[in-house]
Design a protein around this ligand. Sequence first.
Ligand code: ZN
Length: 315
Amino acid sequence: MKIFDAHCDVLSKLLENPELDFVHERHRLDVTLDRMVEANIGVQNFAIYLSERMSRQFQFVLDSIDLFCQRILSNPQMRFVRSKNDLRRVAAEGSIGAMLSLEGVDALQENLANVRILFYLGVRSVGITWNYANWAADGVLEPRRGGLTELGRNLVKECNRIGMILDVSHLSERGFWELAELSNKPFIASHSNVYAVRQHPRNLNDEQIKSIISSEGVMGITFVSPFVDAVQPVAIDKLLPHIDRVCSLGGSRHLGLGSDFDGIKEWMIGLEHAGKYGQLVELLQKHYSESDVKRFVYGNWYDFYSKHLPDGQAN
Ligand SMILES: [Zn+2]
């Protein structure tokens, strides 16, 4: 079964460690080309993320895009997905689609031209924060629990205007509600789980999940083991209560996967890397109809991006 994964951090690892081999590496990368082929990944979203160890320079964001081109898109199986047409083509020819997103706007340096430049370069979604505060908003672990700044509000409006999709994973709850109020487009949570199942600050409460659903957005269930269950290690069947809860809130068409592979330090048992999706699919098939499973692992994200990517080649 084809997989659509809305979040991985391979680019961040490549940026810090350029000698890593995206095709064959088996120990230091979770997502490799070999594993994507093995797991039948149809579309993989690659996040641009500058780790806390790096300075917030826009050049590093551009360097990440260069790595994406040189190390990922350069493989003949891969296709850059920037438009509805790209997505259709990838599905039709069975190649692997690669999308770009930005996780945290810190390095955009308060300059909205930089978000437009990223859009020209093919970045299609933006998470406003990582866990802490930046010029646009507070993240979920920022103690003062603030929302959007004035510049952050302008960023939301500019993203709406140019068609950059907004991602609320990592954003503070207050920021979430301000964004939900301000945004006139559907928004997503690329990699977040359900707070009612696991009380973790990175997870979304029921009202937040209902708000994503009513915006016509999608949330990606994530495999970061502490976001799944309090008791470690965590087996893959612990993902089921998260999926059930989103469905019970009316979200069976608004639920996908957002693995966070290569951003994970504590892996789930049975989901240690991107070659292991088969076990998750088998588990889901025991609990949900075939058409639901297809939607959860691929179809819901596919439908979302089919609607919200630009029509042609963006420029
Ligand atoms: Zn993240």
